[in-house]
Ligand binder design. Structure first.
Ligand SMILES: Nc1ncnc2c1ncn2[C@@H]1O[C@H](COP(=O)(O)OP(=O)(O)O)[C@@H](O)[C@H]1O
Ligand SMILES: [Mg+2]
Length: 463
């Protein structure tokens, strides 16, 4: 496309006038040369031909001026509507010109709409998206990119924001070799984060090679993936331990203890205990997976926490008797109702009382205190300021060191592994409890003093 404006040249008009005057000039010269006309007559004839041809050429030129002006407006994108030239010389022109005008306007509208659509699509993407040109400058950045880099990016060198050599190399091959690629990287200042960047070659409207970059943070996915594989490894390990013990005892019973009834009775007791441990572990794993599936389905029963506590205590009777634990239930008078799932709440309270009994001092009392708070204080976390039921289980045990508190609800996390195993723990009780509390829109607060004891408080919105 030429950048020169369209103009009618004066030189063209002169040449045209000269050519058109030839039929007058040539006979004039011939008449003079053959002596049929004097020099003056020939000169007047030539001059007349020149003037008439000049006027004709000028008139034709004038006729073309509006057409050229129209084409020029069309070329530079100005409105041509209503300005279609109409002239004596080109009567048929308005029809095709109007068609061109309509077509051009349509195309311009389509280009504008597609530009707008493109921009809206890029802006709606919640991941950062950038277009980088061959000089390494950002040509376009969506709002997510500007939020991510906390800066205006357009017309700035990309290297100022993203310096990863693998990304720069991938951009280079996209622009120079038309190759698309995906690169994972961590920013140098924060190695805990992980990003994946897709790089795609493209052509700008001017036909220059460029690259589109789309960035996605994958730190969370990587962490979830790691948690998942840790969980599988832990669960398999926990299941294999009792299984290995069982297999060992079976071997012994078939071999050395084949004819020893005393040893057989002892081994069978241990095998029974190991089998029960496996059953508990599998029950807990199933509970956990069911809770995870239900976490976004809020419970819908009306449940009185006083009933829940009474049922939980009676269900734990044999275990409490074994540890010589006395549970003292302190129920506030008045309604202690929540919207909940009675079975799950009973499981939660049983987990907390079970822990207090297992990790408390033998024979020391365990207090279960249930009260209605209106409003709840800061220890209720997100429920503070609202009306909530607080259920606290207080024990007199060794307590828990502060560094363990934030990790207690992780699956298989135990402060003292062998103590938990000896007490028959699976390491999943508090993880299950956390999920139950989350499903009830509640909050768990743990306070503990080494050598004195622990207080596990659950806050649930009151009905
Ligand atoms: N009341 C408590 N006093 C001291 N430690 C506790 C108490 N409750 C829980 N813990 C610690 O938290 C860990 C995780 O508890 P939990 O998830 O119920 O698993 P488990 O009881 O099966 O070991 C326990 O192993 C224990 O170390
Ligand atoms: Mg437990």
């Amino acid at each position: 496309m030429t950048e020169e404006p369209l103009l009618l040249t004066t030189r063209g008009t002169w040449i045209e006038a000269m050519v058109w005057s030839l039929p007058g000039i040539v006979p004039s010269i011939a008449l003079w040369a053959t002596g049929l006309a004097s020099a003056t007559e020939a000169f007047v004839g030539m001059l007349g031909a020149l003037v008439i041809a000049g006027l004709l050429a000028w008139w034709r030129h004038r006729q073309l001026v509006p057409l050229v002006a129209w084409l020029e407006r069309l070329r530079i994108g100005r409105s041509v509507t209503g300005a279609v030239p109409d002239s004596f010389l080109y009567r048929q022109l308005p029809h095709p010109l109007l068609a061109i005008e309509r077509e051009t306007q349509n195309l311009r509208r389509q280009v504008a709409a597609s530009d707008q659509l493109q921009r809206a699509l890029v802006d709606a993407i919640t991941d950062p998206v950038l277009v980088v040109d061959g000089r390494g400058y950002v040509r376009l950045a969506n709002p997510a990119a500007e939020r991510h880099f906390a800066d205006k990016l357009t017309d700035q060198p990309l290297g100022r924001f993203l310096r990863d050599p693998a990304i720069l190399a991938a951009i280079d091959s996209a622009i120079r070799a038309n190759v698309s690629s995906t690169v994972s990287f961590s920013p140098p200042l924060d190695r805990t984060r992980r990003y994946t960047c897709g790089i795609q070659p493209m052509l700008t409207r001017e036909g220059d090679a460029a690259a589109v970059l789309s960035l996605r943070e994958t730190s969370e996915q990587v962490a979830i993936e790691r948690m998942r594989s840790d969980f599988i490894a832990n669960a398999s390990h926990e299941l294999r331990t009792p299984l290995t013990a069982l297999a060992g005892f079976v071997e012994t019973l078939k071999g050395p203890a084949k004819n020893d009834p005393d040893a057989q009775a002892m081994f069978l007791d241990t095998m029974d205990a190991e089998a029960s441990r496996m059953t508990r572990l599998i029950d807990d794993l199933l509970s956990l997976s069911k809770l995870e599936a239900d976490v976004h389905r809020p419970p819908s029963e009306d449940v009185d926490l006083a009933d829940v506590v009474a049922l939980a205590i009676s269900g734990l009777e044999p275990q409490l008797r074994k540890n010589a634990t006395v549970v003292e239930a302190r129920m506030e008078d008045g309604p202690l109702q929540v919207r909940g799932d009675a079975d799950q709440l009973q499981q939660l309270v049983a987990n907390l009382i079970d822990n207090a009994s297992k990790y408390g001092r033998p024979g020391a009392p365990v207090v279960v205190d249930v009260a209605r708070l209106s409003p709840a204080g800061d220890e209720a976390g997100p429920l503070s300021g609202r009306t909530a039921i607080r259920l606290t289980v207080i024990d007199q045990g060794d307590g828990i060191a502060p560094e363990h508190l934030p990790r207690l609800t992780e699956r298989f996390y135990r402060v003292d592994k062998s103590r938990s195993r000896r007490a028959g723990g699976t390491g999943l009780g508090l993880a299950i409890s956390k999920h139950i509390i989350r499903r009830h829109g509640g909050h768990l607060n743990v306070e503990s003093d080494l050598g004195i004891g622990s207080r596990f408080s659950v806050f649930i919105p009151a009905r």
